[in-house]
Design a protein around this ligand. Structure first.
Ligand SMILES: Cc1cc2nc3c(=O)[nH]c(=O)nc-3n(C[C@H](O)[C@H](O)[C@H](O)COP(=O)(O)OP(=O)(O)OC[C@H]3O[C@@H](n4cnc5c(N)ncnc54)[C@H](O)[C@@H]3O)c2cc1C
Length: 430
């Protein structure tokens, strides 16, 4: 088994950027070279700005080439939960922006000729209980009132047409969701950003940002400093506790581990037998699984919570394999060829955010749905920072609240996870 991402085994060069010294000055400095940072950089460069995107490691080596590739523009809270907290017009707008952002991603891939195996498959989310099915039914009605949503329910009786499992009590299909190859998308985005003139620098931690005169910033890196007109922070769930630059964000963002396995080559026919419509998939557990065929439809990829602090261990592999076999018991003897993990960023309200603090712009907190949100909010952050945005995002607001007794080390996560695991166990064993 390879302890590396399945998406890294491609012909395109994923991490080709060499180390290079930072320039002395730039209109914009973007800290973090994942989808958010590169999307911001590309947007700025296309408006004629000089831009440096700096990553402390290899750009893309954070979440942006480790994800499951499900392109949903999902909001973590259901429409009804969002309505209860913020009112119906906020919920409608947030869900409508999810559709807009997802459509913009497909348009971007088409117009920029990025061959990332985008497949408009729809997504089936299996209900783990009868109660969950009833909630999904109500949610379906709400979603279909918002332009662009195409949701419908599949009963347990008809479930076999969607997925060969007895685990679920039926489920919800959202036809407007799809999936892509995260590595190929990242390689395409990076290429377009460099072609537009973005200077991308790898292996250079940004340490601190200080105020210069006339509203400018001094970006201090391990190899010198840059005088920047404006700064965008795009470090998301990799903000880390080691550098001063992340101090404000890390008190407001919880990085949770998510891990993924990919099976051995099962062949297209076998995958199709298990997943007849070859969709993206998920379930309604608290510690949910997300799963899908790989873009060549020969293997199955499944992700869920991770356990390990750094590298994956047998505990993670066994946990994910158990989850896979709960859905498809016949895969018990199948080999796992890949396992890896990465960080997913959550704000306290579990909503994505763009905000400004001390004249620095931030975009983060996509709660496991960043394939759509990171590119979109990176672009929005750039437009807002340039002052060219005629329609900002519903998520552009004051900074989210900080989390009490927290400075970037999520010591409380295991407690939540045990609690949710217990609730899920009750659901399955009832
Ligand atoms: C296992 C896993 C599965 C996922 N599955 C899905 C999915 O199926 N669908 C979906 O929509 N989303 C999914 N996501 C989420 C999605 O991948 C992320 O939301 C998205 O990639 C975030 O992009 P980003 O550019 O904001 O952050 P990242 O790609 O994480 O980039 C942040 C970068 O900041 C850099 N950095 C940090 N500190 C510094 C510093 N001081 N100086 C310079 N650089 C710094 C890091 O090195 C890193 O490269 C998943 C995530 C994970 C981990």
């Amino acid at each position: 088994m390879k302890e590396s991402a399945y998406w890294w085994d491609i012909d395109e060069k994923l991490f080709p950027i060499g180390e290079r010294p930072p320039p002395k000055k730039s209109d914009f400095v973007v800290v973090g070279g994942g989808y958010t940072g590169l999307s911001a950089g590309l947007t700025l460069a296309r408006q004629g700005k000089s831009v440096v995107v700096i990553d402390s490691g290899k750009p893309g080596f954070g979440a942006s080439t480790r994800n499951g590739g499900i392109c949903s523009g999902q909001i973590r809270l259901s429409h009804s939960a969002l309505t209860k907290i913020y009112g119906v017009s906020f919920a409608d707008e947030a869900y409508a922006e999810g559709i807009e952002a997802r459509l913009d991603l497909t348009k971007f891939c088409n117009e920029e000729n990025i061959d990332c195996q985008f497949q408009m498959t729809g997504r089936f989310t299996g209900a783990m209980s009868k109660g969950d099915y009833d909630l999904q039914l109500k949610e379906t009605d709400r979603l279909n009132n918002i332009d662009g949503h195409k949701a419908f329910m599949v009963s347990k009786h008809n479930q076999g047409k969607e997925i060969a499992t007895d685990l679920f009590y039926g489920g919800m299909v959202r036809d407007e969701i799809g999936g892509f190859h995260p590595g190929k998308f990242f390689a395409g985005l990076l290429k377009r950003a460099e072609e537009a003139g973005v200077i991308v620098i790898s292996d250079l931690p940004v340490l601190e940002i200080k105020n210069e005169k006339e509203g400018k910033k001094i970006v201090i890196t391990a190899k010198g400093q840059i005088s920047a007109g404006k700064v965008i922070i795009a470090t998301n769930a990799y903000t880390g506790t080691e550098y001063k630059v992340g101090k404000f964000l890390r008190k407001r963002l919880v990085p949770a581990k998510s891990a993924i396995i990919v099976t051995e080559n099962l062949g297209v026919d076998y995958v199709k037998k298990l997943m007849p419509k070859l969709r993206m998939y998920g379930d309604t557990s608290n510690l949910y699984s997300y799963f899908r065929p790989t873009p060549d439809r020969k293997r199955i990829l499944l992700g869920s919570r991770g356990f390990d602090k750094i590298e994956v261990t047998n505990r993670t592999v066994n946990y994910l394999k158990r989850k896979l076999c709960l859905i498809f018991p016949e895969l018990f003897n199948v080999k796992i060829d890949y396992c890896w993990q990465g960080n997913v960023g959550f704000t306290r309200p579990q909503l994505p955010v763009i905000f400004e603090h001390d004249e620095i712009f931030y975009a983060a907190g996509y709660a496991g749905s960043g394939t759509v949100w990171a590119r979109w909010l990176g672009k929005k952050a750039a437009e807002i920072a340039m002052g060219t945005s005629n329609r900002k995002s519903i998520f552009y607001a004051s900074p989210p609240q900080s989390i009490p007794f927290y400075d970037g080390n999520p010591w409380f996560l295991p407690i939540y996870q045990y609690y949710f695991a217990f609730k899920d166990w009750i659901k399955i064993n009832r």
